[in-house]
Structures are given as C-alpha cells and as structure tokens.
Design a binder for this molecule. Structure first.
Ligand code: F6P
Length: 375
C-alpha cells in the first residue's frame, strides 16, 4: 500500500523552505507515495486547504525564496477563528484522518516543533524539519535559512562600512535572531563589525562607548555596531529575568491580574520593537561625540534566493525525512549531524533552545580579533 504524506510550513518564512518541500515531495513521489501540501501552516490543515504536490508543482522551486505553500504563526490549540481564540486540535486530527495521512511533515522553528509535538501527543504521526534564520532549534547542528540570512546581513555590514567611514559615523545595525545571537554574531564577525551585541552576553553601555572612543583616539572615526534584536544592556537584562520569574510565579498561582500586568511590562522587551536599538544609538552618540545612525535589516534578511548551503541542507534533511517515513519512523525531528542526519525524538527537542554559549569558539575568535562584545 502506498503511503500518503502531508507537508506544511509554519512560523516565519525562511530561505530553503521550497528546497525542503521539493526534496520531500520528489523523494516521496519516487517511492510511490502520494503527497499533499497544506496552505499557510496549521491554519490550512485546520481549514483543509490542500494542494496536491506532483512533479510539475515541485519543479523550478529549488532556488525560490519563501514557501510555495504559504505560512502562518497559527497554533492548533490557540487559533483565531472569527473573533475568538479557539482550540482547533480536534478538527486538525479529524482532517488528518479523513485524508488518510500516514505522516505529516511540519517544517518550522522552535514554535513549530512544539505545536507539532502537541499533535504527536494526540496520536498523529508527525515528523519535523528544523528551519529558521535564528538557528536556535536544539539538537541539530544548524537550521536551514540561517546561512542565507547570515550572508545577507554580512553583505549589509560590508556596505555600511563605506558610508560609516565617509561620514565618520557610528552605524548601529540591528540584526534579527529573536532571543538568540547566532545571526548577529556570525554576520557581525564575517562583516568585521567593531562591536557585536547579542542576547546571551548582556552589555555594559560604557564598555561599548569606550571601545568606540578608543578607535577614535587611534584616528578611526567610524564604528559598526552589530546588535541582535534581542540584545539587552545589563540592567535591562536583570529586569527581564526578574519579570520572567514573576510571570512564571503568577502563572503557577493562577493570578490573572498580575499576569496581565507583567505581560504588559514584558512588551517593552519584545524583539519586534526596535526602541532598544534607537536608544542605544542615541546613547552612543552622547557618550562618544560621534554622530550615529540606525539600520534595521528586518525581513530583508529572510527574503530571496537561498544560499547553496541552505539548499543543500534542506535537500539532505527532506530526503532523510522520507527515508524515515518509508521505514516507519515517526515522532522525530530530522536534525543535521555533520555530513549526515539524525532522527531526534521530538520530545527531546521541545522545551530546549540553542543559544550561543558564552565560551563558544565563535565568541572566543571574535574576542581574539579585538571585537568588543560589550562585556
Ligand atoms: O524567527 C524568525 C524571525 O525572523 C525572528 O528573527 C524575528 O524575531 C521574527 O521572526 C519576526 O517575526 P515576524 O515575521 O512575524 O515579524
């Protein structure tokens, strides 16, 4: 009996998604399986919006950015339906069964791994692939999307150098990555940023200003500061940690009023707001006497053609995923493991995050070449 498999892409889009869809689709079709794609992540699965994936649909998508299936940040257990947030898990499970699926492949980042795991616990056969430009999914060497985003951000830093140099300015460039510093660190190092600030290393403003002033004293009147969107100064980080602890406590006590207030306070720390970056730029201007400008790279980092490395990684993971399905393996994330791949139980992936260790070789190398990390 030939198998029926479904594919969806969820969370923020990321370069390499189409390469992964193509790899899963082509490998599955070559083994006589039937493949269906769901539109817009878990929402399409809930609304039964499907597209049959045949060789024609899968051809010429390898190099395309975004996802041909569309994506969304919808969660099965908390979905906006009309004006209400509802738990649509049962509808999703019914649709899966009505379509006679043998497996569902969910391609996404940390949030998707969690949502996929919830469906696994409801008895669906789920496999996942790790994608995100943030590179923060646990238990995989790397996620696809990261390499392309790092290339784009590094190229932007290259370009910012000449304008910063010409105007004798500081340019503070904000790089995505949510609460992980991989993207800012990798792109910052590759682009030769003078200061790199990441969430894992809370920074001291005076230390950053001193590093810029030191360059100025040496006659270098410009500096590039690569700041991760989630980076925080020491006091900000302290407050953030305290608020998170208070939130956990309020949740445990079921204190809805306090929880609401803490959640409002935590909004200030949302990585979607660039107010930290603008404040940092202004403070550096005051402390160094140099003019400063902000560049927010934003979604530009996620768009366009995936790098060769991301296409290759997505293809390897996608084809390994179909091998697992063929062998009856489920409940796993297909992780990158050096030149090979590894099926990691989803239960081990969820609840973990891959953040930059303070003693990571990239951090040590950045310090050795004199990059200020703000601590
Ligand atoms: O997770 C990928 C990512 O690009 C993060 O780096 C960023 O914080 C977030 O998504 C932005 O989300 P959205 O596309 O919903 O604005």
């Amino acid at each position: 009996m030939s198998k029926h498999i479904g594919i969806l892409t969820a969370g923020g889009d990321s370069p390499g998604l189409n390469a992964a869809i193509r790899a899963i689709g082509k490998s599955a079709l070559s083994q006589g399986m039937h493949v269906v794609g769901f539109r817009d992540g878990f929402r399409g699965l809930m609304e039964n919006r499907t597209v049959r994936l045949e060789l024609e649909t899968l051809s010429s998508i390898l190099t395309r950015g975004g996802t041909i299936l569309g994506t969304s940040r919808d969660k099965p257990h908390k979905m906006l339906v009309g004006s209400e947030i509802m738990d649509m898990t049962q509808v999703i499970c019914d649709n899966y069964r009505q379509l006679n699926l043998d497996a569902l492949v969910c391609i996404g980042g940390g949030g998707t791994q969690k949502n996929a795991y919830r469906l696994l616990q409801k008895g669906l056969n789920i496999l996942t692939l790790p994608k995100t430009i943030d590179n923060d999914v646990a238990l995989t060497d790397v996620t696809f999307g990261f390499s392309t985003a790092m290339e784009i951000a590094a190229e932007a830093i290259d370009r910012l150098h000449s304008t910063a140099h010409s105007h004798h300015r500081i340019i503070v460039v904000e790089i995505m990555g949510h609460n992980a510093g991989w993207l800012a660190l990798g792109a910052g190092m590759a682009g030769g940023a003078d200061v790199i600030l990441i969430p894992e290393i809370p920074y001291d403003l005076e230390t950053v200003a001193a590093a810029i002033r030191k360059r100025k004293q040496r006659g270098t009147n410009f500096s590039i500061v690569a700041v991760a969107e989630g980076a925080l100064c020491r006091s900000g980080h302290k407050r953030y940690v305290e608020l998170k602890a208070a939130k956990a406590q309020a949740k445990e006590k079921g204190d809805a009023k306090t929880l609401k207030r803490i959640e409002e306070d935590l909004m200030e720390f949302s990585t979607h707001r660039s107010n930290h970056t603008f404040r940092l730029s202004q403070e550096l201007e005051e402390l160094t006497g140099l003019e400063s400008r902000v560049t927010i790279l934003g979604h530009y980092q996620r768009g366009g053609t995936p790098s060769a490395a991301d296409r290759l990684l997505a293809t390897r993971l996608g084809s390994a995923c179909v091998d697992c399905i063929a062998r009856g393996i489920g409940g796993v994330m297909i992780a990158a493991d050096r030149d090979s791949t590894r099926a990691v139980p989803l239960s081990e992936v969820v609840g973990r995050k891959n953040l930059v260790p303070k003693d990571h070789p990239w951090v040590l190398a950045a310090r050795q070449v004199g990059t200020c990390l703000g601590d």
